[in-house]
Ligand binder design. Structure first.
Ligand code: ITT
Length: 200
């Protein structure tokens, strides 16, 4: 039987790869936006759930297909939970991952904060035309470390040390990030909800 397509409503290649691994056991084919009709995404705000739903809904509505999205971010206690849902734009729109990492380290150093604890947060949304959306949430506590270490993953992974580990997220062996991360935890719940509905 042909596997149903599930469109990954993301422009972030790191997320796309993780979506694929995290949903690999389900009878679905995770496809990227590349090669599909262009989708207009709404402006992102400061609410993870609203952003995740808006991204998945935009793809499902405009392409008429199942779609999955997440909105995620890094919340640093010393910054009052910032950058949070604004993590992708932290330091300005012109920065890449390395630039945002440098900006975050600079901000914390300038502030002189002793406590560099924080957490990654992920809210994922799966939208199927005609059905209620599935919404799930996952978190991963830890702390910011310097200098950046490791080459795996993406975004802030090289400066985030998950609780209980002596390695950054970017230094973890293959499979470990998916097991303990905010996205891994959210998608475990998504897999559970979908497996029940799809009887797999
Ligand atoms: P899409 O909206 O197209 O999915 P995005 O990268 O803009 O891509 P978000 O708006 O959800 O996604 O922003 C999340 C940002 O938080 C992302 O750019 C990373 O900088 C950071 N982030 C999220 N998950 C992460 C992870 O697993 N590891 C490291 N950084 C992460």
């Amino acid at each position: 039987m042909a596997r149903r397509a599930l469109v990954a409503a993301t422009s972030n290649p790191g997320k796309l790869e993780e979506f694929r691994t995290l949903l690999a056991d389900l009878p679905l084919r995770v496809v990227s936006l590349e090669g599909l009709d262009p989708v207009r995404f709404p402006e992102e705000g400061s609410d993870y759930a609203a952003n995740a739903l808006a991204k998945a809904q935009a793809v499902a509505d405009q392409l008429g297909q199942w779609a999955v999205a997440d909105d995620s971010g890094l919340e640093v206690s010393a910054l009052g939970g910032a950058p949070g849902p604004l993590s992708a734009r932290f330091g300005g729109a012109g920065l890449d991952d390395a630039g945002r990492v440098a900006h975050l380290l600079r901000t914390l150093e300038e502030q002189g904060a002793q406590d560099w604890s924080g957490r990654f947060v992920c809210v994922a949304s799966l939208v199927r035309p005609g059905l209620d959306p599935l919404m799930v949430h996952g978190e991963c506590p830890g702390r910011i470390v310097t200098p950046a270490r490791g080459r795996a993953g993406f975004g802030y992974d090289p400066i985030f040390m998950p609780e209980g580990f002596d390695a950054t997220m970017a230094e973890l062996p293959p499979g470990e990030k998916d097991r303990i991360s905010h996205r891994g935890r959210a998608f475990a719940r998504l897999r559970e909800a979908l497996s029940i509905e799809m009887s797999v």
